[in-house]
Design a protein around this ligand. Sequence first.
Ligand code: SF4
Ligand code: SF4
Length: 176
Amino acid sequence: MHIWRDIRGTLQPFWVTLRNMFRKPVTQLYPEEKPQLSPRYRARLILTRDPDGNERCVACHLCSAACPVDCISMQATEAEDGRRYAAWFRINFTRCIFCGLCTEACPTLAIQVTGDFELAGRDPLKLVYEKEDLLVDHCGQNNEYNFYRQAGIGVAAPRGKNPQESDPVDHKDLLP
Ligand code: SF4
Ligand code: SF4
């Protein structure tokens, strides 16, 4: 009986090989062939601008607090009109795990994920992105939202009285 089992065991791999020779390959010839990514794919992070072209980031540190691997750092500063922004902003992509928690924490929609996953390189220092590498000239996934129009700046002028500001939201109005 063993002889049949051995013959079967010898022939079976040939049969598997023969069968798969005529199948369409499932592998992709990356990088020549680009993969089809899901619309929610999370890769390289960017810092976006509001619809007026100003930086959205107000350097509140919420993204760095939410980051589980502690790879975001920044220094907050303030413009003459009281508007906060990051003097410098840094993401160390050698540590980033692309979890997207920073984007969930961001109140201004400044930090957003993109589908750009091609970040590999030989020099780890080149994966430390500074603000100029992160800041883009568009609004990213949301073209409407402007944090300061909602919250007001409120240092040089009362909240809601600066140019292009709406009246700030009164939280008591939101209560039942
Ligand atoms: S995607 Fe996750 S790991 Fe990367 S910077 Fe944001 S919170 Fe940190
Ligand atoms: S990116 Fe968003 S969460 Fe991070 S500091 Fe700027 S405004 Fe705050």
